[in-house]
Design a protein around this ligand. Structure first.
Ligand code: FES
Ligand SMILES: [Fe+2]
Length: 373
């Protein structure tokens, strides 16, 4: 007998169009997952800092005198003025409102006239910290103080990345390009996470280096791992030394739920996707490109340009059309195409994603509490 639950259907449209769902995600998914903050190379010296935002919270990362990278909420513990803006370097953190001063490790050092206050215990006052992990030079923050470490969320990903990009820890960003998309962040993430649309929409994908029949995307914890065999490597626009290491001729990608992806092109060339949800119908995608010493700068920038003119441009059209469609009264969520043998023409990766998307809304109360402890 046919199960009433089959076929499995795509997520209801309101998940992508309802501002209340986005609000729920701010205290659910976005407040309880690892989100990209910035790159360790932005914090080379003690006192270097940069600000960022997650789920509406203003935060900053700073390198301490003990050479540790710490994350804090960007708020003074006196009467709530913000402490720092943008990025820069400081000897101490001095609040611009009444000049309370904090050490780089967040401890209160002093403030004008505080010695007159009975019972004022300086050592009890410290900036509120936020968890930071350094993942191959990429800094991620999690508002949930009870969150599992990234290696538990994304098993194997760190070791695999180090094998695919042997110099990953010494890379520095050479370009971060901002690409605004008029769609819900989940539309963009889903589009990145299936290749059922690739043959029709990405001619460079189908006729290029990737062998489409071997393409697959499989969950690895909360990582969606893209794997494929390659072909036509001699047609690449840059030279590849296949003898350099065991993965020199390979393409792979590690999508880290919910909003970051490492992508490696043949020749061990790393690039990243970093999504930032603006509201329920706007997302910005940052495409990042890297180099160790800038010797390959022109090659990498040419690759970045080619990528923007092809895959990125093609995908913008798709995701913005989907967002318009999701607002249509005429849309009923259709069945996902789940091929038992998976592969390039299957949407099994979307099923996994949509499960996490549902949980990220229903688990909001629990996550909210734990992030406030
Ligand atoms: S609010 Fe920061 S010193 Fe008063
Ligand atoms: Fe695409």
């Amino acid at each position: 007998m046919k199960s009433p639950d089959l076929p499995i259907r795509s997520l209801e449209a309101r998940y992508y169009t309802d501002p209340q769902i986005f609000e729920a995600e701010k205290s659910g998914t976005l407040a309880s997952t690892w989100q990209f903050a910035g790159h360790a190379s932005q914090l080379e010296n003690p006192g270097d800092y940069f600000t960022f935002e997650i789920a509406g919270e203003h935060l900053f990362c700073i390198r301490t005198r003990d050479d540790e990278i710490k994350g804090f909420y960007n708020v003074c513990q006196h009467r709530a003025h913000q402490l720092v803006q943008g990025q820069g370097n400081c000897r101490l953190l001095v609040c611009p409102y009444h000049a309370w001063t904090y050490e780089l490790n967040g401890r209160l050092r002093g403030g004008p006239n505080i010695q007159v206050v009975d019972g004022f215990n300086k050592s009890e006052i410290c900036l509120s910290s936020v968890r930071i992990e350094n993942f191959c030079g990429f800094l991620f923050a999690n508002l949930d103080s009870d969150a599992e470490p990234m290696d538990d969320w994304f098993p194997g990903a760190r070791d695999e990345l180090q094998a695919f990009v042997p110099d990953i820890d010494s890379l520095k960003p050479i370009e971060w390009v901002e690409i605004p998309e008029r769609c819900n962040w989940k539309v963009s993430i889903e589009n990145y996470s299936e290749c059922y649309h690739c043959q029709l929409n990405h001619p460079t994908f189908s006729q290029g280096v990737v062998k489409p029949d071997t393409y697959d995307i499989q969950p690895q914890g909360h990582c969606l791992r893209h794997t494929t065999e390659c072909q036509n490597l001699d047609a690449m626009t840059y030279p590849i030394d296949l003898s350099a290491n065991e993965h020199a001729g390979e393409y792979s990608s590690w999508f880290l739920w919910p909003m970051f992806s490492f992508q490696v092109y043949p020749g061990n060339v790393l690039n990243t996707y970093h999504w930032r949800a603006i509201d329920h119908e706007h997302v910005v995608v940052w495409r990042g490109w890297y180099s160790v010493d800038n010797s390959d700068r022109e090659t990498v920038l040419a690759l970045a340009r080619q990528d923007r003119e092809t895959t990125v441009a093609e995908d913008i059209q798709l995701v913005e059309s989907v967002q318009r469609g999701l607002k249509s009264r005429g849309y009923v969520p259709g069945p996902l195409v789940l091929d038992p043998s998976c592969g390039v023409k299957s949407e099994h990766s979307i099923r996994a994603l949509q499960q996490w998307m549902r949980e990220g809304v229903t688990n909001q109360v629990k996550s909210h509490k734990s992030s406030r402890q």
